[in-house]
Write a protein that binds this ligand. Sequence first.
Ligand SMILES: NC(=O)c1ccc[n+]([C@@H]2O[C@H](COP(=O)([O-])OP(=O)(O)OC[C@H]3O[C@@H](n4cnc5c(N)ncnc54)[C@H](O)[C@@H]3O)[C@@H](O)[C@H]2O)c1
Length: 341
Amino acid sequence: MTHSSAPILITGGAGYIGSHTVRLLAGQGRKVVVLDNLVFGHDQAIIDPSVELVVGDVGDQALVRSLFAKFQFGAVIHFAAYTYVGESMTNPLKYYQNNTAEPIKLLQVMQEFGCKVFVFSSTCATYGVPDKLPITEANRQRPINPYGKSKLMVEWILEDCDHAWGLRSACLRYFNASGCSPDGLIGEDHNPETHLIPRVMMAVRGEIDHLEVFGTDYDTPDGTCIRDYIHVEDLADAHARALDHLAAGGDSVRCNLGTGVGVSVKEIISAVEAVSGKTVPVKYGPRREGDPASLVANPALAEELLGWVAARKDIQDMVGPAWIWTNGPYGGRYPQNKTPE
Ligand SMILES: NC(=O)c1ccc[n+]([C@@H]2O[C@H](COP(=O)([O-])OP(=O)(O)OC[C@H]3O[C@@H](n4cnc5c(N)ncnc54)[C@H](O)[C@@H]3O)[C@@H](O)[C@H]2O)c1
């Protein structure tokens, strides 16, 4: 397939999902420039030598202007954000500033330079507690925390920019990103880590005493919460397709990215035990406020609009590479960034 030759600006490209997408796009021969302040990203996660990493902030308009002037970007993929739901409850302004106000500054520069293609990391958290399952794009978006609201506001802003100045966008509502490149060269390393699969890995490796499981009395077959785990390389593929769709003049899209398969916490624990051959130390506790019993996508619209389907639906396909990453050269944790934060 031939792609638009204009360079692509990828914010947050040194983070977990961003780095896998950068690797895919650069591998497809696209010119990629990453803008990441490395607050949570890792310079070691940029492994393609053709990719330029600029350490800086999305909201630094002078820097972003200079990058647009130099590279004449044809598109932006915006991953940069804060992602901790709990912290967003106690410090909402931090989230509205970084996740909503900073992208506005970026969009202002895009408008100045006439760049009209934007791919946005949205989230299933914009739906809140779903009124029906599986979740389609027709479900009402009623986020229950500032994180989800900060993302939904950007969806609205993008809609208005489309109307006002022809910005075409893809709002990709990810479910639970998981897995990593099968060679284990890049992977998931958040600090603190709140995501289930890496936490189960940490428990198996003795980095934490035990895995805490919140709630065993949900209305699900085994009583634990059910989520839709989507492989990070499938997410990356969806971004490539969204870029091509928009570059070809396609309309703005908003769609779910999930497998459509629900997996419970207990099933994840069993999958990690199977791949590691070890028992996961677990403590079962009460439910945590704000955790819906089940969040599962209906991904049909992404197939219809972008020709995208998740290639991996078996949880072993997510857990297997994560085990390789956790036992790889970095032991699941990148070394300290070479560039100071
Ligand atoms: N991980 C998931 O399961 C999931 C699910 C739904 C949506 N998302 C969204 O996907 C995106 C990527 O998530 P992730 O898990 O890769 O997170 P991540 O923290 O690994 O990556 C985010 C990156 O953005 C950078 N960053 C943050 N604020 C910045 C700023 N103002 N300027 C420059 N760089 C900045 C961080 O340093 C980091 O490298 C986020 O927008 C997140 O909200 C993630």
